[in-house]
Design a protein around this ligand. Structure first.
Ligand code: NAD
Length: 298
């Protein structure tokens, strides 16, 4: 076998996200042809620089795909009642099909109360308990964007996921738990490991698929991986190295490369998929809200 044939595959999140966004643009064009314009409301409280960048990127992607974006920027000292009143208004607005509240919120606002106030049909982040419960029951609901994007990368990379052993490292509500639920729905055998698990490397070495969502730079190296494993690295960690600041994942990319069959880079892997799936969810939400009640066109 040639050396080229044994090299691992780099899972290109940018290219896959571009394909997902092209699918979204087609779906938006189809909706517009039926007189429906999808609308995404993005709510930002305060002026956290990272959140501002995320919101700007979300608005840009929405506009590129033909989704109408409605930005609501509120000062950092906005009280919870004012934010809840805005959400109530957005829930009732026919122009708005998806509502995204950029996290984290300032400490004086109860995040859970705010997320629960969003109409589950407009909850494009998939964080409302109605959607969390629906996902765990295998119902068709809006699911969190990052794990949905990871699932798509895995489907495109591995084809059939049925019967594969997936180990999810991390059990957060935003990534780890919904990732495990999606993989279970895809008929994987799923193990979730976390900060209290015993002998993490041995548990991970059993995996055909590893999804790392921890937030610890280069925690996972070749010693944690089975030869031929497929690795999805969700982690985004900023470190200072060789006198400069850079982004690295939870996986030691250079060490893992010697063993894996495919791996996502950081950056350029999971990151672009998160925004692409936000747009996908906005279109799915629009369809459910606007088309479900309509009779089929003759
Ligand atoms: P979190 O802090 O909420 O959860 C981290 C999880 O890792 C916890 O469940 C914890 O039990 C586990 N953990 C902590 N230390 C561990 C250890 N030593 N060994 C095993 N498990 C350990 O974080 P999160 O919101 O799930 O995010 C995880 C990472 O993913 C972060 O780097 C974050 O920036 C990144 N992230 C990326 C995207 C994206 O779009 N690419 C989206 C969300 C999060």
């Amino acid at each position: 076998m040639s050396r080229a044939a044994t090299l691992p595959r780099l899972i290109d999140g940018k290219a896959t996200a571009a394909r997902v966004l092209a699918e979204v643009s087609d779906e938006v064009a189809d909706l517009r042809a039926r007189g429906v314009q999808p609308g995404l409301a993005v709510v930002l409280v305060g002026s956290d620089p990272a959140s501002q960048v995320y919101v700007r990127n979300k608005v840009l992607r929405a506009e590129e795909t033909g989704i109408r974006s409605l930005e609501h920027k509120l000062p950092a000292d906005t009280d919870e009642a004012t934010l809840l009143a805005l959400i109530e208004h957005l829930n009732a607005s026919a122009e708005v099909n998806g509502i995204l509240v950029q996290l984290p919120l300032p400490a004086h606002i109860n995040e859970q109360r705010v997320l629960q106030a969003i109409d589950p049909l407009k909850d494009v982040d998939g964080f409302h308990s109605e959607n969390v419960g629906g996902l765990s029951q295998g119902r068709e609901v809006l699911t969190p964007c990052t794990p949905s994007g990871c699932l798509r990368l895995l489907q495109d990379t591995c084809g059939e996921l049925r019967g594969k052993h997936a180990v999810v490292v991390g059990r957060s509500n935003i990534v780890g738990k919904p990732m495990a639920a999606l993989l279970l729905q895809a008929d994987c055998t799923v193990t979730v490991v976390h900060s209290r698990s015993q002998d993490l490397p041995a548990l991970c070495r059993q995996a055909d698929i590893v999804v790392a969502a921890v937030g610890k730079p280069r925690l996972i190296d070749a010693n944690w991986l089975k030869p031929g494993a497929v690795v999805i690295d969700v982690g985004i960690n900023r470190i200072d190295e060789d006198g400069r600041s850079k982004l690295v994942g939870d996986v030691d990319f250079d060490s893992a490369l010697s063993l894996v069959s495919a791996i996502t880079p950081v950056p350029g892997g999971v990151g672009p998929m998160t925004i692409a799936y936000l747009m996908k969810n906005t279109v799915a939400a629009t369809r459910r809200q606007c088309l479900a009640a309509r009779p089929a066109q003759p």
